[in-house]
Design a binder for this molecule. Structure first.
Ligand code: GRF
Length: 187
């Protein structure tokens, strides 16, 4: 049985998509979802999906090994960041080498780094009149949006696309590809 831990800070549509994808895959289980936002919508989704979910604060994440020990107890095959906005402590990267993956809603290395998340990314892409955007799934290291790239998928953009429409195009790519890449990494 392969075990996944998911981290999310926001709505959790990727979390829900991943949970649904692995629902009918008997050899993969979503052990738990962890979030740093007490009121994150992802918690509501987990309640509805009957997925274990925990909220943690800085004290548990950075200033102690509470979250780290929780992860060690689960001993996941993969740690998946699905819209998680805090940096991963170096200690986590050292303990789980090549086991932490992230999805970024743009074609890294463009539009990455601190502060480049959610609509900020799509607004910048539009501002720069990009003719394409996409997703980047990559291994996580101790810096935002670095780490070796696992997969990128692209979508064409048109001048009349609003940043909301750009976000929608990117979400479609995320929902189609992220679960499949996770499944491949678990082989
Ligand atoms: C997604 O666009 C993902 O690429 C980025 O954060 C967003 C999370 O969206 N890392 P959701 O919370 O899964 O709806």
């Amino acid at each position: 049985m392969k075990r996944i831990i998911l981290f999310a800070s926001g709505s959790g549509s990727n979390v829900e998509n991943i949970v649904n994808y692995f629902q009918e895959k008997p050899n993969v289980t979503i052990a738990m979802v962890l979030t740093n936002k007490r009121d994150a919508k992802v918690l509501d989704r987990c309640n509805r999906l009957n997925i274990s979910a925990l909220y943690f604060n800085k004290q548990a994440y950075n200033n102690s090994d509470t979250v780290l020990n929780l992860i060690k107890d689960v001993n996941p095959d993969l740690i998946v960041l699905a819209g998680f906005l805090w940096k991963i402590p170096e200690k986590y990267v050292e303990i789980f080498p090549n086991k932490i993956v992230n999805i970024h809603p743009a074609l890294l290395p463009k539009y990455g780094g601190k502060g480049m998340y959610g609509d900020n990314v799509h607004k910048a892409v539009k501002e720069n009149k990009e003719t394409e955007t996409g997703i980047t799934i990559h291994y996580v290291n101790e810096n935002y949006d670095e780490g070796s790239i696992i997969e990128q998928q692209k979508v064409a953009l048109f001048p009349q696309d609003t940043y909301q429409e750009i976000a929608q195009k990117v979400h479609h790519l995320e929902y189609e590809y992220f679960p499949k890449v996770i499944e491949r990494l678990l082989q």
